[in-house]
Design a protein around this ligand. Structure first.
Ligand code: NAI
Ligand code: MG
Length: 356
């Protein structure tokens, strides 16, 4: 197969880990007989410096014409005091909106070889295999009005949690589709005892569930979900929720089984290309050291192979290579424990390629 991939390395370690993932994809292409064409675009701080915008139109066009998008990370201290429209993070919000990336998927799975780097006991996390599905373009982060006013000498502020039924439906449907191919369970997280938006969310989940008789649906209040995720993470398969709840819970889920440097994500749209990125940021504290863990980015590329290109065997080959390299004891700094073999970013990439 021939595929066009838009590559947006971004800032800091984004560049370093993206380079590694591209090399791994080239190795996959050679082994399985695919041709991947990589086309580079600017985003984030780098784009601000070069052309004065965190997401230039050329980048948006490039993305729209691609089969999938790989994004490193954006941001850094250099741009922190800039006005809002010239902040690297603006580029992220804008690309989600421009490409209608309405669902963010974050798988959390258990690596036996990394059990010691989890803050939780091995018995609690052994066998954890869940996917968080976070609604990404609506809810509390985008609702209007969102503003501060002053009335009768008093400051007032409002944020709005706004959804259309169709927006709830598409993300909940996606969760059911995923669950159907996994363990067959959807946990829909809301705050239906307080919020009207959550009562509608629950209603929509019930009606979508009727189309998927083989999938079990449970509702859970968000505060309870935050607790269950630590106490009994194994009980979850697919978790679906509103934008802000998902922002919080997906960070919580991500630390269950290990380091930030291990965790991939995918953002899906209805008919455009999907976007893949590690969940970590640009890590300015280790930029240029050749110590960043490239595995989150490499695993994001594996998600791309599976979800955008239906290359299941190829995706599995990459995931297995990562697993084997960990089993063999290779560790970047962030996951290093006593008695293991320390490697640099580049060495880790070489190990994955060699194992492939
Ligand atoms: P961060 O994820 O960049 O780093 C947090 C800590 O984890 C740091 O100590 C870093 O060294 C470490 N770390 C992260 N990824 C790693 C990897 N692959 N290997 C080894 N260690 C790793 O988050 P932080 O420090 O809060 O933000 C730094 C910059 O990144 C900020 O400008 C922030 O806005 C931006 N950011 C960008 C994101 C994105 O592009 N999607 C997401 C999160 C933050
Ligand atoms: Mg967040």
């Amino acid at each position: 197969m021939k595929k066009r991939i838009a590559v947006l390395p971004g800032d800091g370690i984004g560049k370093e880990v993206t380079k590694g993932a591209i090399e791994v994809l080239q190795a996959v292409g050679e082994r399985f007989g695919h041709q991947f064409y990589f086309q580079y675009g600017l985003i984030g701080g780098e784009a601000i410096d070069a052309v004065g915008s965190p997401l230039p139109n050329e980048t948006i066009e490039l993305c729209k014409q691609s089969d999938a998008i790989l994004l490193g990370a954006v941001g850094g201290p250099k741009w922190e005091s800039q006005p809002t429209h010239l902040r690297p993070e603006r580029g992220l919000l804008k690309i989600r909106k421009e490409l209608s990336l309405y669902a963010n998927l974050r798988p959390t799975s258990y690596y036996a070889s990394l059990a010691e780097s989890s803050p939780l006991r091995k018995e609690v996390i052994e066998g954890v295999d869940m996917v968080m599905v976070r609604e990404l373009t609506g809810g509390l982060y985008f609702g209007k009005p969102s503003e501060r006013t002053r009335k009768n000498g008093e400051d007032e502020v409002v944020d709005t949690l706004y959804y259309k039924r169709a927006e709830m439906e598409r993300v909940i449907k996606l969760a059911f589709q995923l669950a159907k191919e996994r363990k067959g369970k959807v946990t829909s997280v809301d705050k239906a005892n307080v919020l009207e938006s959550s009562r509608m969310w629950r209603e929509v989940a019930e009606s979508v569930a009727k189309e998927y008789p083989a999938v079990e649906l449970e509702h859970m209040l968000v505060d309870n979900a935050a607790m269950q995720m630590i106490k009994k993470p194994k009980r979850f398969d697919v978790v679906v929720t509103e934008n802000m709840f998902g922002d919080i819970l997906s960070d919580e889920a991500s630390v269950l089984t290990g380091s930030l440097g291990m965790l991939p994500s995918a953002s899906l749209s209805e008919d455009g290309p999907y976007l893949y990125e590690p969940i970590h940021g640009s890590a300015p504290d280790i930029e240029g050291e050749n110590t960043a863990n490239p595995l989150a980015m490499i695993l994001s590329a594996a998600m791309m192979l599976r979800l955008s290109f239906s290359m299941h065997e190829e995706a599995e080959a990459v995931e297995q290579a990562v697993n084997q390299v960990l089993e063999a004891g290779y560790r970047t700094k962030d996951i290093m424990t006593f008695g293991k073999k320390p490697v640099t970013t580049k060495e880790m990439v070489e190990e994955v390629k060699a194992t492939l």
